[in-house]
Design a protein around this ligand. Structure first.
Ligand code: FAD
Length: 234
């Protein structure tokens, strides 16, 4: 094993070198999913995954037999803007999270700046559309940078005045990066990906969901292949 093998696989979903998703650990594989299902009739076994097993995974997914997909875990370290994290924490079932504490430590000056600003979608009150050339990108970038620098500066000033970290963090912007460990099982991860690696999800959150899917897919290749086939075109 080389040093590179020991390092967690890391992706940078937003194209800066700040936001990242790292695969920290995993337990289980496609065969475990099959065995969890086959134990119902005493058919679990140690043989390598075969065609019958693959067909069973397809059947389980098609018929929403979710519990066999829960006997595993995948832990990611996610460094994302607070506004992305706020969407991720809405996923309550089968998801464990621990996050850096702004009470314990001083929040680092790590801020997400969109490489390109989007416009409000005309037909969907939640969604955005690409700039059609009418948005002053430079002005938007200037306002964005001025706002987060002022906010982070205020945070530093409050700390210098002796204000406690737990109060001073109140002036920090949602674009600041936070970091967490997130552990999913395959069932909860597929549910999360169905909602967040989807065109209805916010672009930035979708990039994080997609990175998590990309890291998990080689660990459960048959499950992901069948799940993607089932949801193709949605
Ligand atoms: C595109 C998009 C836009 C969104 N917009 C908003 C918004 O404007 N405002 C907002 O507040 N949220 C919004 N959300 C969050 C959304 O409402 C869900 O909270 C989030 O997607 C998590 O989904 P979930 O509840 O299915 O997941 P989980 O919390 O992981 O739950 C998984 C499943 O468990 C079951 N379950 C969980 N809790 C309960 C319960 N209490 N009772 C019964 N069954 C339960 C359900 O079957 C659920 O699907 C949005 C999500 C998306 C993807």
């Amino acid at each position: 094993m080389t040093d590179a093998d020991r390092l967690p696989a890391t992706l940078f979903p937003l194209g800066d070198d700040l936001g990242s998703v790292s695969l920290v650990q995993h337990v289980g594989d496609d065969k475990m999913i099959v065995n969890a299902a086959r134990v119902s009739f005493g058919g679990d076994n140690l043989a390598p995954l075969d065609g019958k097993d693959e067909r069973l995974i397809r059947y389980l997914l098609r018929h929403h037999h979710g519990s066999p997909f829960e006997h595993n875990l995948i832990t990611f370290k996610v460094v994302c803007p607070i506004f992305v994290d706020r969407q991720m924490v809405r996923h309550r079932v089968g998801v464990s999270k621990n996050e850096i504490s702004g009470r314990y430590v001083e929040m680092q000056e790590r801020n997400f700046t969109p490489p390109r600003f989007r416009k409000q979608a005309p037909s969907n009150r939640q969604a955005s559309v690409e700039d059609d050339g009418t948005l002053d990108q430079e002005a938007a970038a200037r306002v964005w940078e001025g706002a987060w620098r002022a906010a982070y500066g205020a945070y530093q000033e409050l700390l210098a005045l002796g204000v406690t970290r737990e109060q001073a963090r109140g002036v920090l912007p949602q674009s600041l990066y936070t970091e967490s460990y997130y552990t999913f099982n395959v069932r909860s991860l597929l549910h999360f990906l169905g909602l967040r690696d989807h065109e209805g999800a916010q672009f930035e959150t979708r990039q994080f969901a997609r990175a998590m899917g990309e890291l998990a897919e080689p660990l459960f290749p048959v499950t992901f292949r069948e799940w993607r086939a089932l949801h193709a075109g949605e």
